[in-house]
Design a protein around this ligand. Structure first.
Ligand code: LIP
Length: 288
């Protein structure tokens, strides 16, 4: 499984350097959104619907990441949730979500993340790209999760000095659907939510239970560390998915879309291989 790629994957030395930069940038932006969060944080703008909100910190975090990437990697491309769209010449693109779980952040619920990944191929065209390195910072827990292709997935405290406290991630070995704890999420448009609720009505009796954490990046980290058995959602974007995809894959899981294809807006499922093939068909609807 996995997407055909355009540019060659860099060698492991370059991948290791890219992974370190992903960690550094995700932690820097994570600290910024945690420590500089205004007490009276409001909605600066709405996007696809009235409930699809942007705060001033989403923009400031993306500007911070944009500047850090351009300075360190001027030839790479950038694709960001809040509009960053730089075409590079290196064949590599940084895919960034400055605050994943923005609604949680707005309500000061400690479940939001910064997601930073490097991909080969074109992240604006589903099925033509894949991540090769990535990091997700969880500022509330002061943790950072990261991976690069072929080198495993890891979690460690955000404090550099504590790097030794690094822990290797592995997806859960649960293969029975009825015993599986499943994370999922819902879109911002009410008609989409109505369809997702129909799917959930069908799925809920078939699994152990559902968790709605509110951040695809944190859901994917939980699949990678086995604290949920699977994640499935329709409607997420490349920036919600990119870093978590390589982290799950390097933790021994699979990340797929409809009919075993590449993950994307129609469907993203992440789990151990045995469970993924059982979960994906449940979330595949004609109208998705
Ligand atoms: C969020 C995703 C989440 C989804 C939300 C939203 P955002 O991203 O991480 O999985 O259920 O609807 O899309 O908007 O906070 O970056």
């Amino acid at each position: 499984m996995g997407a055909p790629t355009a540019a060659p994957v860099p060698d492991d030395d370059e991948l290791a350097a890219l992974e370190r930069l992903c960690v550094e940038f995700a932690v820097t932006a994570g600290r910024f959104i945690r420590d500089e969060r205004p007490d009276r944080l409001g909605v600066a703008q709405t996007k696809s619907t009235d409930t699809d909100v942007v705060t001033v910190m989403d923009r400031r975090s993306e500007d911070l990441l944009h500047g850090l990437i351009l300075e360190a990697r001027p030839d790479d491309g950038i694709l960001g949730e809040e509009g960053a769209d730089v075409t590079g010449t290196s064949g590599l693109t940084w895919v960034i979500d400055p605050i994943d779980g923005t609604v949680n952040y707005l309500y000061d619920i400690p479940a939001y993340a910064v997601s930073v990944a490097v991909v080969v191929g074109d992240p604006s065209r589903e099925g033509t790209w894949k991540p090769v390195a990535g990091a997700i910072s969880d500022p509330s827990l002061r943790l950072v999760h990261h991976a690069r292709e072929g080198a495993g997935a890891w979690t460690r405290p955000e404090e550099v000095g504590e790097a030794a406290a690094q822990r290797r991630l592995a997806v859960s070995s649960e293969h029975r659907l009825g015993r599986s704890l499943l994370a999922t999420g819902f879109g911002y448009a009410s008609d989409v939510r109505a369809r997702q609720a129909e799917v959930l009505t069908r799925v809920l009796p078939l699994v152990r239970d559902i968790r709605r954490i509110g951040s695809a990046a944190l859901d994917l980290v939980r699949v990678a560390d086995g604290s949920v058995d699977a994640y499935a959602e329709s409607g997420i974007n490349a920036w919600d998915l990119a870093a978590g995809w390589v982290i799950v894959q390097e933790a021994g899981g699979v990340v797929v879309g409809r009919d075993g294809g590449a993950p994307g807006k129609a469907l993203t499922v992440a789990a151990g291989p045995a469970l993924a093939t059982q979960v994906a068909p449940l979330f595949t609807t004609e109208r998705a």
